[in-house]
Design a protein around this ligand. Structure first.
Ligand SMILES: [Zn+2]
Length: 268
């Protein structure tokens, strides 16, 4: 096959060669994006106080601690005291729909700023619960990236080291929640999905089954069952996935159930 970017020969059925994959500055371009990137741009402009006012020629206006995310990030990174980072990262990713519990159907808008946040923030280590929560959310974005890169037709020589590097990075981010019981459960369940996306589906399925066994809360159990059904669908076990979805009590409402059922309809 040939690389769609440089036209060079690729190994197997890969459509992107190792060199061109390595040249991507912001790998988040590979994620499925929010459906209408134009609407995201509009929303971003409308909710941006600075852009609403427009360009300012006067040098007297200083942008410091404002609500403008890009400027706020720059300001935090430039200052000595980076203690504003946990709240900023958590707030920004939550606003984009990245929850503490990884779902797999998240759609991020195309914003270069997300990758910029990850590059600047993942290494920081504050010993606070808020930072542990922000770290889970950053881990979730990278876990989605691991899944996408593993699935895309990119040369294996580029995919394997990438997946390995980011799987380890996600584990490190999730591990920050260990001292906080209210967060460590979410991180542990997310890590099972990560294992599945990184290629260890068998281990992931058995781990999720153990958790389902021991879970007494109906809502928490429903999330585990949906995660299990997601893994089954992605592993081509559609009939088992249907059984799992049908075992979820009707009063637990979650739009993922109908979405997975629709997906099973078209793929089996
Ligand atoms: Zn190429």
């Amino acid at each position: 096959m040939g690389c769609v970017v440089c036209g060079g020969e690729t190994k197997g059925s890969a459509l992107l060669c190792e060199k061109c994959f390595g040249a991507i500055d912001d790998p988040l371009v590979l994620l499925p994006t929010a459906l209408d990137p134009k609407s995201d741009q509009r929303m971003f402009q409308i909710s941006s106080p600075c852009l609403r006012i427009g360009p300012v020629s006067s040098a007297d206006v200083s942008y410091s601690k404002g609500p403008e995310p890009a400027l706020r990030l720059r300001e935090i990174l430039a200052s000595e005291d980076k203690s504003g980072l946990p709240l900023f990262v958590s707030g920004y990713l939550t606003g984009l729909g990245v929850g503490l519990y990884l779902r797999g159907d998240e759609r991020l808008p195309r914003r270069g700023m997300i990758w910029s946040i990850l590059q600047n923030a993942v290494e920081s280590d504050f010993k606070t619960e808020q930072w542990a929560a922000a770290s889970i959310r950053m881990g979730n974005v990278l876990a989605l990236l691991v899944r996408e890169v593993s699935r895309l037709p990119i040369e294996a020589s580029a995919v394997l080291p990438f997946v390995q590097k980011y799987t380890e990075a996600v584990r490190t981010l999730y591990a920050r929640s260990l001292p906080y019981p209210s967060l460590s459960d979410a991180a542990a369940i997310n890590e099972i999905l990560l294992d599945h996306w990184a290629g260890n589906s068998e281990k992931a399925l058995s781990m999720i089954e153990d958790r389902i066994e021991g879970e007494r809360s109906e809502a928490a159990r429903a999330h585990l069952l949906i995660v299990k059904a997601t893994m089954l669908v992605e592993s081509g076990m559609q009939s088992q996935a249907v059984q799992v979805l049908e075992s979820i009590p009707g009063k637990v409402r979650d739009e993922r159930i109908s979405r997975l059922k629709a997906l099973i309809e078209v793929t089996r």
